[in-house]
Design a protein around this ligand. Structure first.
Ligand code: SAM
Length: 299
């Protein structure tokens, strides 16, 4: 009676509860599976298929349109890297914008920085926030924080009305199929540049170097036409397809984003409750394998 969730990006909810491994979708020829203990929630929102299940070995898991978004066991790897790479590259981030991020994990990490005065978040799908509050309470812990301004709507549209406002903008989006498609194009990065204040830094979910190198190289190339500083970092991430995740980091000024502007001692790392990020890993994450360096340099 093995019931598994296949991270095969089919977008077909029937495939989610099959009892074998299916392959296809965004990652042809491969799939990742988790054993299901219990389906906790499964409904279609206005934008996507929303599923939460209790897994046998990874705690509760959020799945959107058939793709695993986060699990309680390994979420720290993604949330801490996507949030803290730009936050620690900035000397004094006060105003932060999160696009997407409905599970609340990025918000939780951003609010650990004492310099932060306001966090604005624009998530398209209220259902993701609601199910996360109920089934992923450690991620969704800060939705009641008075520093938060929450908007429900499309991140692309939201940015059009916000210029020169933020020190850091973090795009915690799903993959470029479905509602997040517009968040992977050049015009989105132009809007991000306009939304950032002088000295501002952005980070974006930027897929896996094993699976999406062409997309990553394309993103790096067009982002360089807008920002003087553009770097790509990666980290291991157990439940994302191929076990890795990438982060696009760009700055409005020329600066070395690979070196944290503020470092943490090991005591501080513990006090902040960090399970993955530390100041050495910050720099190490930007050291890329040869084939990735070559692809990003257009060789
Ligand atoms: N870490 C995850 C991953 O890559 O697997 C993504 C996390 S999930 C919180 C991404 C969120 O982005 C979802 O809640 C989704 O509803 C939201 N989202 C997708 N498209 C969006 C858009 N155009 N504007 C704002 N939020 C969007």
């Amino acid at each position: 009676d093995l019931e598994v969730i296949n991270n095969a990006a089919s977008g077909d909810s029937k495939q989610l509860k099959s009892d074998g491994v299916e392959m296809g979708g965004a990652w042809p020829g491969q799939a990742f599976s988790l054993q299901v203990d219990e389906v906790l929630f499964h409904e279609k929102s206005k934008y996507q298929d929303v599923l939460v299940f209790k897994s046998r070995t990874y705690g509760n898991v959020l799945v959107l349109d058939g793709i695993i978004q986060c699990t309680e066991r390994d979420e720290a790897a993604y949330q801490e890297m996507l949030a803290h790479l730009p936050m620690f590259a900035h000397p004094n981030p006060k105003r932060v914008l999160i696009i997407g991020g409905g599970d609340g994990g990025i918000l939780r990490e951003v609010l650990k920085h004492p310099s932060v005065e306001h966090v604005t978040m624009c998530e398209i799908d209220e259902m993701v926030i609601d199910v996360s509050k109920k089934w992923l309470p450690k991620m969704a812990a800060e939705f009641g924080n008075p520093k938060l301004n929450l908007f429900i709507g499309d991140g692309f549209e939201f940015l059009k009305a916000h210029k020169n406002e933020f020190d850091v903008v973090i795009t915690d989006s799903s993959d470029p199929v479905g509602p997040a498609e517009s968040l992977f194009g050049k015009s989105y990065y132009q809007l991000l540049s306009d939304a950032l204040r002088d000295g501002g830094i952005l980070s974006s979910q930027a897929e896996s170097l094993w699976l999406h190198l062409e997309l990553i190289a394309h993103m790096v190339q067009f982002t360089k036409q807008i920002f003087p500083t553009v770097r790509y970092a990666s980290s291991v991430m157990s439940t994302y397809p191929s076990g890795s995740m990438g982060y696009l980091i760009a700055a409005k000024n020329e600066r070395d984003v690979t070196t944290p502007a503020r470092t943490l001692t090991s005591e501080e790392v513990q006090k902040w409750g960090l399970r993955f990020y530390n100041s050495s890993l910050h720099s190490a994450a930007f050291v890329l394998p040869t084939f990735v360096q070559q692809a990003l340099e257009g060789k």
